[in-house]
Design a protein. Structure first.
Length: 195
């Protein structure tokens, strides 16, 4: 999932909240997070799906960016490509969701209370395609976090160590692991904003 707390007070999502935002039945993890060493193929996988999304949406895709840990060379990550899609209004699903579904993308998450975030799974590559509206604050946060980790080895190492430690815990849902990273993400973002 994207960086940052889902709720204004920063608390993790409850199981009921996870269920409410998930289309279909949430997929429990019930175990540990699999982290893989950085794979130089990840940018290629992103580029392939970015091209497919761009071809599908045309000018409706205002931005498509590689985000998340797979976008940071040298950083271990869950082997799932996180993609940022910026559209005019992510709440206006009629404007872009049918086209994406026609190309094989599956809408899995709808979070109207968190920047009108939508998340799709890809048709073949393991991806999380995160859709936000133009001007959304989370877009800048995601890109700042990615760019800072690419350029700051100390915070990249801090994030890597945090992820490794958390990956040794059994989690019911992947979202629980993502929520557990919030404090260190906020710390790193504070460093990036002071630069």
């Amino acid at each position: 999932m994207p960086n940052g707390p889902r709720l204004p007070n920063g608390r993790p999502l409850s199981e009921d909240e996870i269920r409410a935002s998930t289309l279909g039945e949430p997929q429990p993890l019930c175990g540990r997070i699999l982290l893989a060493d950085y794979d130089p193929q990840w940018p290629e996988l992103f580029a392939r799906d970015a091209g497919r999304v761009q071809d599908t949406l045309g000018r409706r895709a205002l931005q498509i960016k590689h985000v998340g840990s797979t976008s940071v060379p040298g950083l271990a990550a869950k082997p799932i490509i996180d993609m940022l899609l910026v559209v005019s209004d992510s709440a206006d699903e009629d404007a872009y969701v049918p086209a994406l579904e026609g190309a094989g993308y599956s809408l899995r998450i709808r979070e109207p209370g968190w920047y009108e975030h939508r998340m799709f799974k890809g048709p073949d590559t393991e991806i999380n395609l995160h859709a936000f509206s133009a001007g959304c604050l989370e877009i800048d946060r995601m890109l700042l976090f990615r760019n800072w980790l690419r350029s700051n080895s100390a915070d990249r190492d801090l994030y890597a160590q945090t992820k490794l430690t958390l990956s040794q815990t059994d989690w019911k849902y992947t979202q629980n692991y993502a929520d557990a990273k919030t404090a260190v993400i906020e710390e790193i973002l504070a460093h990036a904003q002071r630069k």
